[in-house]
Ligand binder design. Sequence first.
Ligand code: BG6
Length: 460
Amino acid sequence: MPESRMLWGAALSASQCEGAYAEDDKGLSISDTVPSGRRDLTKRYPKPDSQHYYPTHKAVDFYHRYPEDIELMAQCGLECLRFSFAWSRFFPQGDELQPNPLAVQHYDDLIDRLLAKKIVPIVTMSHLEIPFALTEKYGGWENKEFIRCFLRYSQFLLDHYGDRVKYWITFNEMNMLLYFPCTLGVGVDLTEKPEQAKLQALHNMLTAGAWTVEYAHALNQEIQIGAMIAYSPIYPVDCRPENVAYAYALERNALSVADVLVRGKYPGTFERFVRERGLTLDRMPEELKLLAKNTVDFLATSYYCSNAASVDSTAEKSSGNLFGGARNPYLEVSEWGWQIDPLGLRYALNYLYDRYQIPLMIVENGLGARDQIVNGKIEDDYRIAYLNAHLQMVKEAEADGVELLAYTMWSFLDQVSASSGQMSKRYGLVYCDVDDEGRGTFERIPKKSFYWMQDQLKNR
Ligand code: BG6
């Protein structure tokens, strides 16, 4: 395969697929404390108890089944796999001086097996996953101690895996973290100024990311290091100027994090927000210099849906919207209310590339649906239709001149849903026999979409 060709593959995340949450000296992660049922990712949860079920504890058992799963990936023809390491496996308490040797051994084997099958690893260092012990000791990312602990982790990863892993993503969907402060370790209910705590946490995370970029570049020129945002274009519901301006303001807000990652500077609208709210963020001059100097090599994004915005508070709402809120009457929605918009992906890629002029990766794109097994088969034509329409738009964007490094659909296996904790919200090309309460055989069954993807990859 020519080096410059865009890679096609699929994605997974440690806390959503691995399970084995307390095995081989793994520490508790923040995601292991979120029970099933009515999950609220805006608050921090206490340690697990026996009254609740915790879906990440077993997930789909990728931790034990990865050899068989990698065989399936190879059979499908994946060119790359985007996945994450669990920080709480390497550093169970988060602040040890040396990593857990069992974690090193585990991920060594996983990487070697992928490479043996010619599947390029794209690794996320932290995907909605923080050692719980760190949050007990220091609160969340709003505490600068987190920067020091993350650097020990990220530098170890780059030292140890840098010769085998070229593509790195520091953090998953950094702009979503403000909506889900639990994943930043920030207990917003514990502080009087939630905005202050969340934005401080974000700044510290951006700083840790910039240090990591600096370290990676000094270590090995071959390494390509990026970070990830969630991007959903926000359309005004109509051409009423107030709606256009509102959609634009929401869009700028959603991209503030990417502005720092790529341009090395907070945008004016962010500074205005900080000023007008009277926030006093601790942003040291040397940190701001670090951010300016160590911008990312590529920007990774997820794309699931587009959103619409209206200043009219009585306008029909769409659920599943995080950045917008109004219902777009031209689009179908998934069962979870996410507005399906393949053309929006072409728009998004062109928009991001015009704005930032650096290579992009689409590292998540897929459809959450309730799959049914009929006569031992899963005929997920709806997922094929979704993926096919989106992949066409990726090709169009590539033809438009957008530099794309990779497209990794979400997800190779069914996994625990991040927002709902359900197993029944399935995204995989491969069905995993586990239900919402963790019952099942964990058997893997390739769905019709698996064979469809196999064909796409074969005929590139
Ligand atoms: C992204 C996350 O926001 O969306 C993934 O990076 C997540 O971890 C994916 O699984 C789909 O969302 P959900 O809530 O349907 O699992």
